[in-house]
Write a protein that binds this ligand. Sequence first.
Ligand SMILES: [Fe+2]
Length: 278
Amino acid sequence: MKHRILIIFLVAIAASFSNFSNAQDVKVKPVKSKTTPKPADKPASDLKTDVQGKPQIVPVTDLKISTWSAPAGELTFPELPYKYDQLEPVIDQLTVEIHYDRHHRAYYDNFKKAIAKSEFESMSILDIFTKIASAPVAIRNNGGGFYNHVLYWENLSAKGGGEPTGELADLIKKHFGGFNEFVEKFNDAAKSRFGSGWAWLSVDPSNGELFISSTANQDNPLMGTSERKGIPILALDVWEHAYYLKYQNKRADYISGFWKIVNWPVVEKRFKQVKINK
Ligand SMILES: [Fe+2]
């Protein structure tokens, strides 16, 4: 009897070891998350593809003035140089997403439609701007909207702020009296633009002078219709869609925040690309 009990006991122990061993082999299936990644978690380069599945976008930080000399019909929609949330707290994630992926993309799409199969398709966007007075209004609004926003996104950075250096800093001091005076004048131009428009720092290619201006709607200083023509090196969008979600009617607060995210190395690079016709 004692032997039977002992055998049963040993069999029970062996069975429990066997179960323990099997437990080590159990493969836990990973649970797939049903959460859709937030746009800010996605690389900007994955945002869109064309009908062939190829990326429609190119890195914006590689764009040079010479890029804009390509036929307008061949221009592509540039990638944001940062994620949607990386301009926070100055510009909130949702504003950047809507502004870039809805507004800016719509300008690009509508510009392409407006120039399709017209004399403007083979012209560079810079040439189109010089002849904008004779172009249909859809080309003026959407061509400006496309181009201006590329400059705007490119001259912002999550690690921006501070002041320019080198020759640009010297010229700012010469023309405006100092950096703080320059900011004050630029802010005045941005705040006083009635309705929707832009504030600019541009170079006059005829003499190399810097000047501040503002334009209505999607116009810019390159357009033949501009009061003073120049090559823009710093752009500030003061349309309500650029700030209203976070700042509501306080445009001045958005403008003062702008200086914390200005990408001065990009502005300086643009400045160096301007050819002065002296
Ligand atoms: Fe805008």
